[in-house]
Ligand binder design. Sequence first.
Ligand code: ADP
Ligand code: MG
Length: 345
Amino acid sequence: MKYLLLTIFLIFLEGISCSKVQKKQPIEKVRFLMDTVVRISVYDYELPERKIKKAIDRAFKEMSRIEAMTSSSIDTNYIARISKESGVTAVNVSPEVFSLMKNSVEVSEKTHGAFDITIGLIKNQWAFDSDHAHVPDILLIHSLLPLVNYRNIQFDHRKIMLTQPGMRIDLGGIAKGYIIDQGVKVLQNEGIKSGIVEAGGDLRIFGHRPYRKMWRIGIRHPREGEGKLIAVLETNETSIATSGDYERYFIQNGKRYHHILDPKTGFPARGCVSVTIVTKNALLADGYATGVFVLGPEKGIALIDNLPSVEGVIMYTKGDTLKHVVSQGLRQNIHFYPDSVLGTG
Ligand code: ADP
Ligand code: MG
């Protein structure tokens, strides 16, 4: 099985500059969380280094806490309890889990169900996170499809219930974004003015970029090695998340099966190669990247253009040609390398 554990998709271009001015490097720390590399970079040069490092450690601690809170592989957290009690009873959850689930359902509503955290049961059939990922029996998938429906998540005060027995929650399409947001929150509470929290290519930038007007973020080519960029994005503080068909996948009988599933079919969504979303917080960027990927290029770009403060780039193929379409509000800020895309959608 071809299994890419992680791919750093977005690369900061901060260090790459023609300027001869001696620039201070950011203070950085890296950890492995959520099956991926998490990097915190601080560009605040006024605080003492010791204080910054302590703040970064606190941010990592908070991010580990949320990893445990959102993970599907821990069977004692609220997410597991909600799933276990599906069709039986409503579960009292923390306000934090309540609002994370609410936010997830809002993304479902905006994407007309393309993003759906009740994908859990079907995702488990594919076993993407294991060594024995395989195409499940199609009849089995069809029989499970009625158990994927965000409308069957019931919210009542502090309680959440999945109304159909067997339903399973999977926060894999949005948890990384929330974790990034919380990491940034800790850093800001610690008095840090400027930095980047990045997890497996999704990131949130806060504060001003030293030495330059804008931050520059490289977008990786979805079909070339990790080192090759397809475009560069210039931005102020924002969040950026990408969903791609090359991040977690296996090949069976010459066909690529990746981990972004269409809730309507239970099979990998086929319309896009990658979707990068740019918006204020990382939770929404992450959720919309997954949802827009499922919607495909046409419906996806229409949705992005309709959502205030959400921008994005969708890459897709037509025949053998890699194409892209960019939302209206991003066109001024994104620059594609001339030889990287053969056609423009
Ligand atoms: P990555 O985690 O690689 O950045 P995504 O943000 O697109 O990629 O998340 C993919 C994960 O989201 C899958 O591994 C699965 O846990 C979950 N998922 C898959 N399809 C959907 C969907 N249609 N809606 C919500 N979550 C999904
Ligand atoms: Mg996502």
